[in-house]
Design a protein around this ligand. Sequence first.
Ligand code: ADP
Length: 302
Amino acid sequence: MENAISVKNLYKKFGKTVALDNISFTSKEGVNIILGPNGAGKSTFLRCIIGLYKPSSGSVLVYGKRPYFDDEIRNKMALLSDNYALYDFLTVKQNLRFFGNLYKLGDSEIYKKSKKILKEMDALKFFDRKVVELSRGTKQKIAFCRAMLNDPDLLLLDEPTAFLDASSSEWIRNFILDYGRKKKTILFVTQKLDEVSRFNSRLIIMRDGRIVEDTTTYNIYNEIMKSSSILVRFARPVAISMLKRIGYKFDSMESKEVSSAKFYINSYKDVNLLIGKLIKNKAFVLGVDYIEPLVERISKGG
Ligand code: ADP
């Protein structure tokens, strides 16, 4: 099967701002993750692909067609954008019917499909509520449901779990994993390394409007977590004196006891060694946070 997306030498400028700076990219079937700090150009990239933005120069082809000019090709794709694009004055049901009708779906098919998805995300109870009354997380669920109405061959997701609780986020990640196995192409923008680690897929890193790495989720641990740092959270406060004995450099805000500490590591393998030592010293490790060092690293360009 042909590649869904083929982008060559794409530039997108807004006045003097160069949001996309010579991007060339070909998607692979399944999940393609895009990671990058704020302002890297991720949303602009998705909007060029869906056909919302016209490239300043270069070419964007989706299944061989130019999405900005070709309305038909847009029926094969969907974008869950960061602003949700739902009508506040309409109910959830009316919104889904409106957007489903644009794809020429009948009402009963729209309701059947959306009720199934909303039920699984525990959001069916909002079906007859106006969108304006909903929380950000619930709006995100509705927008996700909307994006799935036309069974898109190409699914573009802009931080789909940003405002979701843990169980809904997990549901969406599983859904994406499953969808990626059905000969679909997914372009998935996220900032969360925890999220990245749930996938075994291609990983694109963007910074300053450019693709700076085209790697895999596995390699991120090998390459990108070299001399990095992690935040370890404890269920019960632990003594600083014990942490000093462990042998890893760390930062902490307190002088006697801490409930979390930022450790400096040399490779992802140190995570295991460090946690093992902490547990041996009777620390109860609640979690490890990888997000901050990664975003720092991407921002600095290291
Ligand atoms: P990201 O999604 O990675 O956070 P964006 O694509 O939103 O990054 O933004 C990339 C750059 O383009 C930023 O400098 C942003 O301010 C600028 N930008 C994005 N959209 C617009 C727009 N519609 N008008 C003007 N500038 C924009």
